[in-house]
Design a protein around this ligand. Structure first.
Ligand SMILES: Nc1ncnc2c1ncn2[C@@H]1O[C@H](COP(=O)(O)OP(=O)(O)OP(=O)(O)O)[C@@H](O)[C@H]1O
Length: 237
């Protein structure tokens, strides 16, 4: 195995009841790498993510995370390895303040890293700084998304998984979230990104893959995927 791979998933199958959704998909992420996961609606992107994270019980295939066989790991065990999940539809505590949401998430990284301090998160998300005493439920959708990413950073992950982080948000907020994704990339944390805006995904990613009906049809550097003549057909654009 390539030692730099923090995610190495091969031959992944997943089912919801009798519905067979993933048909031998694969995904590799190296340390510090940004990987874009593309595909039309319903092609299995969220299912692949949820399978890697241990949320899909009916699964088959080989998943190695940080060199450990995680094929049967439960979500809490995956999280403890240093994987932070920012799910579609946020994931903040509505009855806690912004400050409480952040502080309760804080922990050192697996290797003891502690560089994403509360102050650094505040500097990254100036909007949240103005809302520290507001409850999670009082935030706009965009602010909740920022808080969710802020919480992920406070856990000092090796990998952040962003599933549709910009979905349904106003363009200025979307631009701000892409700025933060760029900062996360620069800071050396690996990211796995699913987003409808494939151009932005490819502009921010090192590697990309395209899922169709639960299989990976295209995989390579973001530049190669962007230049592949079949891309627009696969994405229906
Ligand atoms: N909890 C579930 N139970 C049953 N079927 C599901 C469930 N979640 C997803 N599916 C089905 O699995 C298939 C893949 O869905 P998935 O959400 O992984 O696709 P996606 O590529 O992430 O698309 P989208 O962008 O629409 O979320 C779809 O046919 C979907 O209807």
């Amino acid at each position: 195995m390539n030692r730099d791979l923090i995610v190495d998933a091969r031959g992944i199958h997943a089912w919801y009841g009798s519905s067979h959704v993933l048909h031998g998909a694969q995904l590799q992420i190296a340390r510090g790498q940004t990987v874009g996961l593309l595909g039309r609606n319903g092609m299995g992107k969220s299912t692949l993510i949820r399978t890697l994270l241990g949320h899909v019980a009916q699964r088959d295939g080989h998943i190695t995370l940080f060199g450990k066989d995680a094929s049967r790991f439960k979500p809490h065990k995956v999280a403890r390895l240093g994987v932070a999940y920012v799910p579609e539809g946020r994931g903040v505590f509505p009855n806690l303040t912004v400050r409480e949401n952040l502080v309760m998430a804080a922990r050192r990284g697996v290797d003891g890293r502690n560089d994403w301090s509360f102050e650094r998160v505040m500097a990254t998300f100036p909007r949240l700084k103005e809302r520290l005493t507001n409850l999670g439920a009082q935030l706009s959708g965009g602010e909740q998304q920022m808080l969710s990413i802020g919480r992920a950073l406070m856990t000092h992950p090796e990998l952040i998984v962003l599933d549709e982080a910009t979905e349904g948000l106003a363009p200025l907020i979307v631009a701000d979230i892409w700025r933060v994704i760029g900062e996360i990339r620069k800071s050396g944390i690996a990211t796995l990104i699913v987003d409808r805006d494939y151009r932005r995904v490819l502009a921010h990613a090192d590697q990309a893959l395209v899922l169709q009906k639960g299989q990976v049809l295209l995989q390579g550097t973001a530049e190669d995927v962007a230049n592949d003549p079949a891309l627009s057909t696969y994405l229906g654009v």
